[in-house]
Write a protein of this length. Structure first.
Lengths: 270, 444
């Protein structure tokens, strides 16, 4: 496993999380769907995220069958597709943000668009664009042989998900397969803001750490600074999606900037 | 799980089969390079629990007896095997036998699978089942099983399909189910599956997803096939009893492919039996408006399985089109993709027009109104019969066409399709309420 260790030491996601840790706080991870409402807007919003406190940025690829997403993100990605978004444009978004900021930029994608382009080809282009890696909501390590190989070849992070329902055995397997960080799903459900973050999240983080994870970030349902603070107390990073998508929908890039600034106030560990 | 091999045509398994290997009882998760579990981690524990419960149930004589009892005294099995002599005159003069799944309770093969899965849900201590439905057949079957076994039932159905199939919505509600119209995406079957999966992720503790076809993540393809294997087992025994030998060909229609894999299974290990799956050719495969997934699709992952898939160059799912809502699905069960690649089963498209001609022909020659889904298999059987007759005549043995035997899986009855058919054949007064319903149904 020495080869993998070498790559871990150069993981862009791990470096971004470790930098936040050194500052005594959790990392903030913001999600934006590519091409919503336009590719240029996504780049501008990504830069605004990075300049207002986000350490990592997730760029989602709009997909025809987003089974893990709630109504807000579905509506946004459906609109992006209707506006003619093409998968290759995700690399323009990643390059547009990484050329202007220091944030680690990951792509979050359902698996079929990657299969269609070719796992190796997709990985090569993502690495060329300066991307940090992939978050894969419907790819489990059991099916990831091709992605394991390509991510090693191009030095990309592979962020798999763990859930409250994951068995100890699966938790271990998923943690071992991951690089950069492990994405802990806080609740059983799809994306969307919720008034309170389930207490299950803390248990999932603890189980992932128990299984050997060095960095665990929590997502699903986080929408305000209070929830960020609650999670920052025990997780290495806090992931915000739907609230940011609603912000860009309702107030454009400026609203993304101000929400990010507000969210980042919750990061410092008390 | 074993590592999945890469997709591609591979005749190796077919050679092994011809040398005496078996294609029956393939356990999954992989069928060659197809199948697997392309699913969110949140659902893996539920899939593991389902697989475990299913494996134990299969080995439990009580479970086997329970299924057998329900099949016999509730569904009305065994279903008949009926020779269609007047219909066969239009198929080159070969003998055609119909496997009468249309006579089952609820009017199609769907009941076999829902009873099995509802029993498994009870075994897992789940109190709620959810299901997707296109035209409503699987929704009605699920609501039926839930009523019988005392389970809460929620059915997801595209909003557009709800409007077009208002009577089936009423039928499900009469049976105590809640029907939720899905307004996302294209508002059709695939979007109903997406919404059911979202429900399952959020409620997996008390809920079983009663998937209606032999597709999706492991163990669904192998499990749904298991509950439908009774179709092929009965048909094989019945044809031997009635005709004294195995058929020359077996035909079925393919949407997700559950009725087909059920009847195919009985004959997979009989090399002399040619097997045909007929996909929905819609307006014609050249028009792009079709559901000929194996004929024209490319391997990809959707709804948990790697299989042939209608998709664009970006991997986005392409809308399928068919007059038959039951065949209107952009992917197909993974075992069918495998059987296509190794050449054991031939898959061919049948257009809406060809299916409707076969529909009318069966009505008028046999007094049986078939489902439009099953009419694709009937249209295919006509082609297969004519080919068998031509081969017989080329071989120079006069009269041998009449010795050829074709079995068609008549997977469902056509009561639900009367408005669509009446509109297609222009049988309705322009001003009638039925004409309005039929017009909408025609766009299915």
């Amino acid at each position: 496993m020495t080869g993998v260790q070498d790559i871990t030491s150069t993981s862009k996601s791990a470096a971004a999380i470790d930098k936040a840790r050194a500052e005594g706080r959790a990392a903030l991870i913001g999600y934006l769907p590519a091409g919503y409402p336009t590719v240029e807007d996504t780049i501008a919003a990504g830069i605004a995220l990075a300049r207002n406190g986000a350490d990592l940025i997730e760029i989602g690829i709009p997909y025809s069958d987003p089974v893990m997403d709630g109504p807000v993100i579905q509506a946004a990605t459906t609109e992006a597709l209707a506006n003619g978004f093409a998968v290759r444009q995700v690399f323009d978004v990643v390059a547009g943000i990484t050329s202007q900021t220091d944030a680690a930029v990951l792509v979050m994608t359902y698996w079929n668009p990657v299969v269609r382009m070719g796992v190796d080809e997709f990985s090569r282009r993502l690495a060329e664009a300066g991307g940090a890696g992939l978050i894969t909501p419907d790819l489990i390590p059991d099916e990831a042989a091709e992605w394991m190989e390509a991510s090693d070849k191009y030095g990309l992070d592979r962020v798999f998900l763990v859930a409250p329902s994951s068995s100890t055995e699966r938790m271990k397997r998923t943690v071992e397969a991951s690089r950069g960080f492990v994405y802990a799903v806080s609740i059983m459900g799809v994306t969307g803001a919720r008034s309170s973050v389930s207490s299950a999240a803390k248990g999932v983080v603890a189980a992932a750490k128990e299984a050997g994870a060095e960095r665990v970030c929590v997502g699903l349902g986080v929408s305000n600074a209070e929830q960020v603070a609650e999670i920052a107390a025990y997780a290495d990073g806090v992931i915000v999606g739907t609230a940011l998508v609603a912000a860009i929908r309702d107030g454009g890039v400026e609203a993304v900037a101000s929400l990010t600034k507000d969210l980042s106030t919750g990061l410092t560990r008390k | 799980m074993a590592e999945a091999p890469t997709a591609g045509s591979d005749k190796g398994p077919m050679d092994a089969f011809l040398q005496g290997g078996s294609l029956k009882h393939a356990p999954g998760p992989y069928f060659g390079p197809y199948g697997g579990r392309w699913m969110p981690e949140s659902l893996i524990a539920a899939l593991d629990e389902l697989e475990d419960t299913f494996e134990k149930a299969k080995a439990d004589p009580d479970f086997i007896a329970q299924i057998a009892e329900l099949n016999k005294n509730y569904s009305g099995r065994p279903s008949l095997l009926t020779e269609a002599k007047r219909f066969a005159e239009h198929a080159g003069g070969v003998r055609i036998f119909l496997k009468r799944e249309d006579l089952n309770h609820t009017g199609s093969h769907k009941i076999n699978n829902v009873l099995g899965q509802a029993l498994l849900a009870k075994r897992m201590g789940k109190t709620r089942v959810i299901a997707e439905t296109g035209a409503g057949q699987h929704g009605v079957a699920s609501a039926t099983a839930a009523a019988l076994l005392g389970l809460e039932c929620v059915v997801y159905m595209g909003a557009e399909d709800c409007r077009r199939q208002a009577l089936n919505v009423a039928r499900m509600e009469l049976l105590g189910a809640t029907v939720i119209p899905v307004t996302n995406g294209s508002q059709t079957l695939k979007d109903a599956i997406n919404e059911a999966l979202r429900d399952w992720v959020a409620n997996v503790g008390n809920t079983h997803y009663l998937l209606g076809t032999a597709a999706g993540a492991h163990p669904f393809p192998a499990m749904v096939r298991y509950f439908h294997e009774v179709i092929g087992e009965e048909a094989r025994a019945q044809i031997i009893e009635q005709a004294g030998r195995l058929p020359d060909a077996v035909c079925a229609c393919i949407g997700g492919g559950s009725n087909a894999i059920g009847i195919f299974h009985g004959f997979l290990d009989d090399p002399s039996v040619k097997i045909y799956g007929f996909e929905a050719g819609g307006d014609g495969v050249e028009t792009g408006r079709h559901a000929a997934v194996i004929t024209l699709g490319k391997p990809g992952v959707l709804h948990g399985a790697r299989s042939y898939l209608m998709q664009d160059d970006d991997g986005q799912t392409i809308e399928s089109h068919s007059i038959s809502a039951g065949l209107d699905y952009p992917s197909v069960g993974p075992q069918h993709s495998y059987l296509a690649d190794i050449g054991r089963v031939s898959y061919e498209p049948i257009t809406d027009s060809e299916a409707m001609e076969a529909f009318r022909l069966l009505c008028r020659t046999e007094g049986i109104i078939p489902a439009i889904e099953s009419s694709h298999a009937l249209a295919g059987a006509i082609k297969v019969g004519q080919r068998l007759a031509a081969e017989a005549s080329e071989a120079g043995a006069a009269g041998t066409a009449a010795e050829k035997i074709v079995i068609v899986n008549l997977s469902g009855r056509g009561d639900k399709d009367v408005a669509t058919a009446a509109e297609w054949f222009d049988l309705l007064d322009k001003d009638s309420a039925e004409a309005a319903i039929g017009k909408e149904g025609e766009q299915l």
